[in-house]
Ligand binder design. Sequence first.
Ligand SMILES: [Zn+2]
Length: 321
Amino acid sequence: MYEITRDYISKGNARSGQLLVGGKPQFGVAHDIGNGASTAYNNRTYFNREQPSASAHTFIDDKYILEIIPVTVGVPEKAWHVIYDVTTDNIMFGDDANDIAIGVELCWGGNIVWAEAYKRYVWYWAYLCRMFSWDPRKKIVPHSQLDPKRKTDPDKNAFVKNCITWDQFISDVVNAMIDSYWQKTDGKWYFYKNGVKQTGWVLDNNKWYYLDAAGVMVIGWQKDKGKWYLLGTDGAMLTGWQHVNDKWYYMHPSGATAFGWLFWGGKWYYLNPKNESGAMLKDTVVEDNGKKYYLNSKGEMATNTEVKVTAKATNDGSLVL
Ligand SMILES: [Zn+2]
């Protein structure tokens, strides 16, 4: 699961506020930060403070996919990532890259873990290709191709230094587009398979998740086909004993909440079936089929032992257990 962080720089030279022609990017320019070793947030700080007449939309390192100029949500703006003098972009795409393209920078070197940064870079490019229905083979171009006299990034710089060819990168993006993936939007997680937003149960990395009718990943209790399930704080379905709000519940291996008697670890337990609670009863007496049973402080049914039960005497003197 990767998250896109949107933390825009203020308007100035680096972010003019001018809108991308056509209202959305028409292609993407792959870059890497030539100087090396500065993180996505280092770059954001620099562009925000110095406001040079250069910029890019997105900076990616081993921790962040950071959009510093609006481009994938809201109204996409221009960034200055390819010099206007070059003509390759006009020949290939009919306009200047700055006016119609997104610029994405790969941050690498120093303490940045290459493999993690590269995975995020590939994932983000796949995300863009899905979002804008781009064929990665046609719509992603290296900066070096647009400006060969001045630039080597990323294929002849970061990639070659980390043993990745341009063809390998494009094929990694293609593969990432086919894969299923999580996406976080407005604080909610969605799950896609082959580009299609999923609903209901999905299995990912050997864990079950439940997505509601809108595709939003559910956390907490969820009823499905008459059974109750519990999804953990990370959305993964829980099984076995679970402690929630000071009460114990038992979830079968299928994930369904247990109700009534449960034989577990050589002991009988009673999971309150009343109002579909499922909470384990303890320190109390339950009546079942005309017989009474005592559940001790651990919730275990008492057998072959003496128990002391507290009862309440009613108005007429009869006891209520
Ligand atoms: Zn570049």
